[in-house]
Design a protein around this ligand. Structure first.
Ligand code: FPP
Length: 249
């Protein structure tokens, strides 16, 4: 495929409804969801995608029934333990964004170990958004920059988009080129609000547990057909392309 996004972000949605349709407990939907995570991570590695970010647990998800929260945490721990070998052999670096201090201690330990053990990998960066909410992330940046201005370390005029981006949890990772949300919902749900400014959005009715390699390819074909103009005109982009200055629009 000609147009592979450098950074793909996914809102994995519909585990519960997938299970409900089959008269199964929601947990089975989440278990199937983990299978989909495995497949998609491997496929993204094979396709040469540099950054994959998965919205695995939002700050709002803490409000779910305690047994569902516990089950999701358990699935996350199992995934990390069972996949570490594959992540290492595929040279995948693991990162976490969100208020991970709110996660149970044992999960944090497993995550920290996986992050540490994969820190030298350079083939693909897999970012898990856990206990993540974009508004909280933005507020934290504002507070930390305000504190730096307050103590004289930084002048307010020095705050620009680059500095602001670098202070986000995602600092150092390029903004997503393409966002996929499954299950027919057409919302951003407090995910990467700053980072998605120019991201191409793709919504599919497919529930996350059914999001297969084929579905990923379908989405990427659609990405290849999009023209990303970043506020410019089509003619300007054509000129840029001719002068060899254009990227993937
Ligand atoms: C959305 O389905 C999914 C989640 C809230 C959790 C996603 C988690 C996983 C796929 C498993 C663990 C993650 C990793 C990275 C191993 P939903 O429950 O909101 O579905 P519904 O909207 O149909 O109820």
């Amino acid at each position: 495929m000609e147009h592979i996004p450098r950074h793909l972000a996914i809102i994995m949605d519909g585990n519960g409804r997938w299970a409900q349709q089959r008269h199964l407990p929601r947990l089975v939907g989440h278990q199937k969801g983990v299978e989909a995570v495995r497949q998609v991570v491997e496929e993204c590695c094979s396709l040469g995608i540099c950054h994959l970010t998965l919205y695995a647990f939002s700050s709002e998800n803490w409000g779910r029934p305690a047994d569902e929260v516990a089950a999701l945490m358990g699935l996350l721990a199992t995934y990390l333990k069972s996949e570490l070998k594959t992540l290492l052999s595929n040279k995948v670096r693991l990162r976490v964004i969100g208020e991970s201090e709110k996660l149970p201690k044992n999960i944090r330990k497993t995550l920290d170990e996986a992050v540490e053990r994969t820190s030298q990998n350079d083939s693909m960066t897999l970012t898990l958004a856990l206990s993540y909410g974009s508004r909280a992330e933005l507020l934290n940046v504002c507070k930390s920059l305000a504190a730096r201005v307050g103590c004289g370390e930084l002048r307010s005029e020095e705050i620009d988009e680059e500095l602001f981006s670098a202070a986000l949890d995602t600092g150092g990772v390029p903004d997503p080129d393409f966002l996929i949300r499954t299950s027919g919902e057409m919302r951003i749900s407090n995910f990467l609000l700053w980072q998605l400014a120019y991201t191409e959005l793709y919504f599919t009715d497919v529930f996350w547990p059914d999001f297969s390699r084929e579905e990923l390819h379908k989405a990427l074909l659609e990405f290849g057909r999009r023209q990303r103009r970043f506020g410019l005109t089509a003619e300007q982009l054509l000129k840029q392309d001719r002068s060899g200055d254009g990227g993937n629009h």
